[in-house]
Design a binder for this molecule. Structure first.
Ligand code: ADP
Length: 745
């Protein structure tokens, strides 16, 4: 009963609570309805605040951006070395940079409250000038540039003035920025540049004048030199007393020395002008070396120096290169070696360091036993006008140009030149160049060594000569022994004969220490066991009459040093061939060797044919200078040619109409019709006849371009005066197939 009462009480209470809650909710809803307009206002305000924040942020960014731009401009203006200032419409200075303030010493740009006028500072004038560029810029709104002279810090300066108008936000020009650039130094630079240009032009003109002068001088000097060299050469070929011969030799060697100096100077100036170029042609390597050693052989012999030539066996016979320049470098090295050596030897070696794609790497070296070069001077001697020490000029002469030119030449040939030297002991100069091997060997058969097993004895007092000969002859398959003295040589020869393996050939040096060579030859020839041995005399200088003396003493052949390997081989094979055939032959000399037909019985007839052919060779010399006519006529005469001489190009055309010539030697500068025009005419006429006569230019100009002009005109080759026998011989060899060296000693 009590529980039921309690439950009724609770239900009543719950009901009352619910009623209270409902009343409260109704009141709250009423109150909220009244608050809504205020909330909107707050929302609007909040949006405004956010917008303002964004606006402030944008403004802030812009301010920062402008500040940064201002800083850049300030850096530019304050760190520039130009003066900047801003003036207002009445030319009062509103602002100036440090440079401007420093220049005009005007940190304070106002006078009391008044700002100063720009004309007072810059021009030092009270009034504005009539043609003031700043004024013009302000009035017209255009940027004005003007160069003007101003005095700044008491120094007169050249100023590049720029006035740049500035617009107000309203678009009115109310200020101008002035920029003052000091271009005084630039002006100085410009002036000196102009002066430099003028100097360059005048030096180029002077250089052209120098080249012209050199060309003329070269021509003028070379022409008389042709006479001196040619005539003294011819004089030496006549019979003379010893005294006369000596005089003629001195004339010739002095003329050669003079010509060398002229050539060096000419080369040097070409080198300086970068005009030294190479003219590669196929040439005979051993002949080129021969021509060089031929020039120094007399002076080496006169000093008692052995001049030795060594070729390695794998040297190609003909290579392509500028033979003249290779000879020039080699001659310079060999002449120096002879000049700076008083006893011992000069060894000229040519080695093949290897072939690659038909190109041979050739090493030429010249070793001497002379004074040597001090270690610290070794590099310097390749500099122009430099000698190893100051006393050299007095003692040995020279210009100090030779090695500088040689180095340049070798480098132009793509090679390198080097020296190793020991003071007091000697030097070895080496140059290495790459030369393509000429495969066109027609008419130039390689000599065949047929010396397999032949016993050869060398008797020579000089170790190096003996060594080189032994090495070379062994390479050809012969069995070689060498002796320094006659007595031991005789003992060895007798022993060999007793052993049934006698020496077949003996090569005897001109001077052996223990006996005269004639005595040695006599002993051998008189000995029944040795008498059949062939004897070859090896001497330094061939002199008229000596050949007969040796022939009488029993010698079979006579060779002058330095012997070229080809010549030595030919002598040995010729001597051996005659001996094997059991034939008798006269003394064999270098001049008879070109006819390898000596080996056969048919030799006599073939030589006769060759002689006849040679006689038929006709050379037309076109030359107006009487002295040169004589020289060329005589040299060609000695070389066994029939010579006709005419004095100008027109006469040459007439001569060629009536006679067939094997070669024309054409001077370039001729009266009536010059050599170039004459050649062009000859070539055009030949088109009709289908013939072609070799034409070789004789030019006194050794300058760049001359050779090209000759070839362009239709000439086949050229030689520079003075004419020399060796060079003419080479020309005949090259251009006249039927030509043979005459067989005279
Ligand atoms: P030149 O011989 O005309 O003085 P080079 O240029 O040919 O000029 O040589 C320069 C110098 O090098 C020579 O003066 C000499 O001092 C030195 N020289 C050259 N070759 C030799 C050599 N074979 N032995 C010693 N010294 C040499």
């Amino acid at each position: 009963m009590a529980t039921r009462r309690k439950t009724a009480k609770t239900a009543k209470a719950v009901k009352a609570t619910k009623a209270v809650k409902a009343t409260k909710a109704a009141k709250a809803a009423k109150a909220t309805k009244a608050k809504i307009p205020n909330a909107r206002k707050v929302e609007t305000l909040q949006r405004r605040v956010e917008e303002l924040e964004r606006w402030f942020n944008t403004q802030d960014r812009q301010i920062r951006f402008l500040e940064r731009e201002r800083q850049k401009l300030s850096v530019l203006v304050n760190h520039s070395d130009a003066g900047f200032l801003v003036i207002d419409k009445s030319r009062r200075v509103r602002w100036a940079n440090n440079v401007f303030c420093d220049w005009y010493d005007c940190k304070n740009l106002s006078r009391g409250n008044e700002r100063v006028h720009c004309n007072e500072i810059i021009c030092g004038e009270k009034e504005i000038c009539k043609d003031c560029p700043a004024d013009y810029a302000l009035k017209t709104g255009t940027v004005v540039h003007q160069e003007m002279a101003l005095v700044i810090a008491e120094r007169s300066r050249q100023i590049y003035f720029t006035a740049m108008p500035i617009k107000s936000p309203e678009g009115e020009i109310d200020e101008t920025m002035l920029m003052l650039q000091d271009i005084t130094d630039l002006e100085v630079l410009r002036q000196s540049q102009e002066e430099l240009m003028a100097a360059k032009e005048s030096s180029e003109a002077a250089n052209r004048a120098k080249s012209d002068f050199l060309a003329n001088m070269s021509h003028e000097v070379r022409t008389p030199m042709t006479g001196v060299l040619g005539m003294s050469g011819l004089l030496l070929d006549t019979e003379l007393t010893e005294e006369q011969r000596e005089y003629a030799r001195i004339i010739q060697s002095s003329a050669h020395a003079l010509l060398n100096v002229i050539n060096d100077i000419l080369d040097f100036s070409k080198m300086e002008a970068g005009k030294l170029t190479m003219e590669p042609l196929a040439f005979d390597l051993s002949a080129a070396v021969n021509q060089v050693t031929d020039i120094v052989v007399d002076s080496a012999a006169a000093k008692g120096i052995e001049l030795i030539v060594r070729f390695s066996t794998d040297i190609p016979r003909r290579v392509v290169g500028d033979a003249g320049r290779i000879r020039q470098v080699l001659l310079n090295l060999v002449s120096n070696a002879v000049k700076f050596t008083s006893k011992g030897y000069v060894l000229v070696s040519v080695e093949n360091l290897g072939n690659k794609d038909d190109v041979a790497r050739l090493r030429f070296s010249v070793r001497d036993t002379g004074i040597g070069v001090p270690r610290d001077r070794v590099e310097m001697i390749f500099e122009k006008f430099t000698q190893a020490d100051g006393s050299i000029t007095n003692r040995y002469g020279g210009t100090g140009l030779g090695l500088a030119i040689s180095r340049q030449l070798v480098e132009l040939m793509g090679g390198e030149i080097d020296v190793k030297s020991d003071l007091g002991l000697g030097s070895t100069f080496t140059f290495t160049i790459d030369c393509p091997i000429d495969d066109c060997l027609s008419g130039l058969p390689l000599p065949k060594a047929d010396l397999e097993g032949v016993r050869v004895m060398i008797i020579h007092g000089h170790d190096m000569v003996r060594g080189v000969l032994e090495e070379q002859i062994s390479d050809w398959g012969a069995r070689v022994s060498a002796h320094a003295r006659g007595v031991s040589a005789l003992a060895d020869a007798r022993q060999a004969s007793e052993d049934g393996d006698p020496y077949q050939i003996m090569i005897v040096g001109y001077e052996i220490p223990d006996m005269r060579v004639e005595v040695l030859a006599g002993v051998i020839k008189d000995d029944p066991n040795l008498g059949t041995t062939s004897l070859i005399m090896l001497t330094s200088v061939g002199q008229l009459g000596e050949a007969r003396r040796f022939e009488a003493a029993g010698f079979d052949a006579y060779l002058t040093k330095p012997t070229q390997p080809s010549e030595l081989m030919e002598t040995l094979t010729t001597v051996w061939g005659i001996k094997k055939a059991g034939k008798e032959a006269g003394l064999i000399t270098r001049y008879t060797l070109t006819e390898s037909e000596h080996l056969s019985v048919a030799a006599a007839t073939e030589v006769a044919v060759a002689e006849d052919e040679r006689k038929r060779i006709r050379v037309l010399v076109v030359e107006d200078d009487v002295c040169n006519q004589k020289v060329s006529r005589n040299i060609l005469g000695i070389l066994g040619c029939h010579v006709d001489v005419v004095t100008d190009g027109r006469k040459a055309l007439t001569a060629l109409e009536s006679t067939r010539y094997d070669l024309v030697l054409m001077d370039c500068q001729l009266p009536e019709m010059n050599g170039y025009d004459a050649t062009r005419e000859i070539r055009s006429r030949e088109k009709e006849t289908g013939t072609r006569t070799p034409i070789v230019a004789m030019t006194a100009n050794a300058l760049e371009g001359d050779n090209e002009t000759c070839i362009k005109a239709g000439m086949d080759d050229y030689l520079t005066k003075p004419l020399e026998k060796g060079i003419l011989e080479e020309m005949l060899q090259r251009h006249v197939r039927s030509w043979r060296t005459p067989s005279v000693v």
